[in-house]
Design a protein around this ligand. Structure first.
Ligand code: NAP
Length: 281
């Protein structure tokens, strides 16, 4: 690792809470692997402090930011320019400097493209896909927007809060509010709810509705296999957990900040190490 010196640059995460974020582990591992003199720190920033944080990015010459809740919406208001997906979502999880004019700060939302890249990694193309997305929070919205932008034929949105389902369905012309019956015709079924993270959580989707050969994606990466994914495998579905999405969205951030392809294998190993129980490290 390059020792910290007067030349060391900073990337950071802002949000609240941030203490359990995987981002410092995976980005610091990536900077080290490529011999970059950059460190990544997490800052717990209070609500109402976003303008000051963005001003600090400008003042201190911070290379870029990851942004997590509750600041994703305010950061989208505070930066100079937004990528099309950040405009659609009115939210960003990444701040980076313009390549031509580094004084200009861009905001991007990398979750949706991270999900689409993850699908491609298991051989699933979005074009013409019929998808059901269960969950319409920040992650579900990003998935709906990205599936739409990448040519899915039909995006059926199901969510406990009907208003949020309606709002997510407006993010793509192919999207609509749906019912559980829509799962039968889907090629891809996505869990974008929190259900499956905690032991004893109910299933987000009745596994009996799943058909063999469907692709079932769960955005949760810890645990590595949720009860939904285990049940989907037993029914003959191709499954994907949230880890490839996490890594691919981080790789997009890394490219924004450095102009380089991220060492995704190094990032994956850093995450595995971080998630391993302490006694196994
Ligand atoms: P969020 O904005 O808080 O949204 C939570 C979603 O879960 C909402 O649709 C919510 O429904 C639903 N939900 C929560 N509890 C529920 C319950 N008891 N019954 C039914 N629905 C319930 O959170 P988020 O940021 O979208 O994250 C959602 C999941 O995606 C989390 O598990 C998170 O870890 C994962 N995620 C993964 C990645 C990745 O890179 N793999 C990235 C981001 C998020 P209501 O709208 O009705 O409340």
């Amino acid at each position: 690792m390059i020792p910290i010196s007067g030349r060391t640059r900073l990337c950071a995460l802002i949000g609240s809470p941030v203490a359990h974020s995987l981002s410092p582990a995976l980005h610091n591992a990536a900077f080290e692997a490529l011999g970059l003199d950059i460190r990544y720190l997490a800052f717990d920033i209070a609500r109402g402090s976003v303008d000051a944080a963005i001003e600090a990015v400008r003042t201190f010459g911070v290379v870029g930011l990851s942004v997590t809740m509750p600041h994703k919406f305010e950061v989208a208001e505070a930066v100079d320019r937004l990528t099309p997906q950040a405009v659609s979502l009115r939210s960003c999880n990444t701040v980076f400097r313009d390549a031509q004019d580094p004084s200009v700060l861009w905001g991007d939302s990398t979750d949706g493209d991270g999900f689409v890249s993850a699908l491609m990694g298991i051989g699933v193309a979005c074009a013409g896909l019929r998808a059901v997305v269960v969950g319409a929070g920040g992650a579900g919205r990003a998935v709906v927007e990205a599936l739409g932008r990448n040519g899915a034929a039909d995006i059926a949105v199901i969510n406990r809060d009907a208003n949020r389902a309606e709002s997510a369905a407006q993010l793509a012309p192919q999207a609509r509010v749906a019912t559980w019956a829509d799962i039968a015709d889907a090629g891809l079924v996505v869990n974008a709810t929190n259900l499956g993270m905690q032991p004893g959580d109910p299933f987000p989707i009745d596994p009996n509705l799943l058909q063999p050969a469907q692709v079932v994606a769960d955005l949760i990466y810890h645990p590595a296999s949720t009860p939904l994914l285990t049940a989907a495998q037993a029914r003959g579905c191709l499954t994907m957990n949230g880890l490839p999405m996490l890594l691919n969205q981080a790789a997009i951030q890394f490219r924004h900040w450095t102009g380089l392809d991220a060492p995704v294998g190094t990032m994956r190993a850093a995450v595995a190490d971080y998630l391993r129980p302490p006694t196994h490290r």
